[in-house]
Design a protein around this ligand. Structure first.
Ligand code: MF3
Ligand code: CO
Length: 287
């Protein structure tokens, strides 16, 4: 692209004042063996605006769940709240029909790591810890975030796991810097989990997001500092580590082929943010 032409991203700026320096820097890093994102993974200003609208609806759905979740309700009721609120606001629940997933949201309780399927017969009990993972399509743009909910008084064990999981995500976020690496985030998360006697699930991770539900890169939370993809401004992905009390290993429900459980029956917690790497930092799109 010619230096003085308008940049391909539609910013209205000249290429030389917009993506040219970013692409030159990426080329230098790539020449030194770094993993750099393809141009299509770098979101344009217009895409960012549309994805932010999707993320705002996704946050509103989670707020609606937070307002209504209570002991004695079924996870199918959570599913109805998510479905109806999303559709009433012009969105589509991304999980519904995704690779055959039968419901609009994932609800994962206690020893369930992720991908729990809402069910009329699963009733929230005092002491349960519940991850509600909401993903939304609005005008074709995707968003994804999850929160932990405590049902009444939970055990000290559960309380500590959730607190450390929150700290892990905050530390991961603090480690995310433009021109750093995905592995910096992973290392911040993994080391804090380990320092607290916990483990991070290895084979299920985060992902790029925005134009599709799951885009490149795959985001691991166990890789070393300085490894993995370069955090180039415009890259958008999720920070969503799954923190286990015991072993990081898991098995998948044989009947429904979705729900992921801890192998040792220990508790698991997860918090998911959707983030954008900017020229001078990182922006959380789902808060
Ligand atoms: N929300 C999950 C994620 O963070 C994906 C769930 S896929 C589904 O990637 F089909 F189970 F919804
Ligand atoms: Co996700």
């Amino acid at each position: 692209m010619e230096r003085n032409a308008l940049c391909w991203c539609g910013s209205g700026k000249k290429y030389k004042k917009c993506h040219l320096p970013i692409e030159e820097k990426m080329r230098t890093h790539a020449a030194h063996g770094e993993i750099v994102p393809s141009r299509k993974l770098l979101k344009t200003p217009d895409q960012i605006e549309k994805i932010k609208e999707s993320a705002a609806l996704n946050t509103a759905v989670l707020d609606e769940v937070a307002k209504n979740i209570h002991i004695g309700m079924s996870t199918a009721e959570i599913d109805r709240i998510v479905h109806d609120f999303t559709v009433e606001h012009g969105g589509i629940p991304a999980p519904l029909g995704y690779q055959g997933f039968p419901k609009s949201v994932c609800t994962s309780i206690n020893n369930e790591i992720c991908h729990g399927i809402p069910d009329e017969n699963i009733i929230l009990q005092e002491g349960d810890i519940v991850n509600v993972d909401v993903s939304t399509i609005l005008n074709g743009y995707y968003s994804d975030a999850s929160r932990m909910f405590k049902m009444g008084k939970v055990s000290d064990r559960a309380e500590r796991l959730i607190r450390v999981t929150e700290e892990c995500v905050e530390r991961g976020l603090a480690a995310a810097k433009p021109w750093g690496h995905l592995g910096d985030i992973a290392d911040a998360i993994n080391s804090h989990a380990q320092a607290n006697g916990y483990s991070v699930v290895i084979d299920i991770g985060g992902h790029g997001i925005g134009l599709e539900f799951h885009e490149d890169p795959f985001v691991s939370y166990v890789t070393p500092k300085g490894s993995e993809m370069l955090l180039v401004p415009g890259l958008m992905f999720t920070i969503e580590p799954m923190i286990n009390e015991g072993s990081p290993d898991f098995f998948v429900d044989e009947e429904n082929d979705w729900t992921v459980y801890t192998i040792d029956d220990g508790l698991s917690a997860q918090i998911e943010y959707m983030v954008l790497i900017t020229n001078d930092g990182v922006e959380v799109l789902t808060k």
